[in-house]
Design a protein around this ligand. Sequence first.
Ligand code: AHG
Ligand code: MN
Ligand code: MN
Length: 335
Amino acid sequence: MPSNTTLTQYLIEQQRANGQIPSQLRLLLEVVSRSCKSISLAVNKGALGNVLGSANSENVQGEVQKKLDIIANDVLIEANEWGGHLAAMASEEMDSIYPVPNRYPQGEYLLLFDPLDGSSNIDVNVSIGTIFSVLKKPEGLSGVTDTDFLQAGTRQVAAGYCIYGPQTTLVLTVGAGVAMFTLDREQGSFMLTQEHLRIPEDTQEFAINMSNMRHWDAPVRRYIDECLAGKEGPLGKDFNMRWVASMVADVHRILMRGGIFLYPWDKRDPAKPGKLRLMYEANPMSWLVEQAGGSATNGRQRILDIQPARLHERVAVILGSRNEVERVTGYHDPI
Ligand code: AHG
Ligand code: MN
Ligand code: MN
């Protein structure tokens, strides 16, 4: 592969090497990456582009939408609806699925996204991102419904995220490891900057919102207590803690240097299995983490094996360095 490899070159090479990427999927990934470039520009403009602050509306999950949540959602829809590669899209910010309008050709893929992850960080200039997952529409059915989207994470054909931080970085898997591309703003291209990302099996860094401690269940409380006990405790090592409150940024750090991320079920709203969304956040991130040698569970089950029952389903998430994820999972009762 050439030393100055663009995302396009990388995808073509993958297509040649293992037939992993049909041309429709390649087009889809290129269009998503182009959308991310344009979201990145909007994010960079900040107050100058009048993109900060609340949109004074709520999404289907009752969360207040920020202007950028809506801008990013619109960018992804407009860029992807006409290319002929998609049958439909689904987004954290839309109540129901968005079938490709009849005036455009229909493709065989389904695109799911969290258009803007880390909304609480938009207005304070902290890293945010876009998370996406790609499924194939089940064969033999005309039209498209919610049910077509209800596929386990193991069925994903591509997944990734783009983080808008000090650099804009796209991280991608098509099932042959994880590759990372950095946006070269002069060229306007995502350039391959790291391949075959690996998460160390062990770690001394955990990420959890500690302010929820009193609401946690016993297994999570036990694990974090053990981390806090440090060298003298049962884990025999001192831990460091990080919590950005943008899943993209926390997962990115884990892909770069290891760590464990937890957003567990808690007693604040016992009927909710967790805060994070299975289809837009947990599945794509879990696949990336597994492709980099890490693990991802909800405490009792591998996330990628969960059969979704609803589009906007939520899930508890424990992911990252394999040995620590397995340890916490072992503290839970099996299903
Ligand atoms: P979103 O902005 O897409 O709604 O996601 C925010 C999520 C996730 O990015 C982050 O890990 C978590 O919310 C932070 O939650 P707390 O504010 O409860 O820590
Ligand atoms: Mn999110
Ligand atoms: Mn979001």
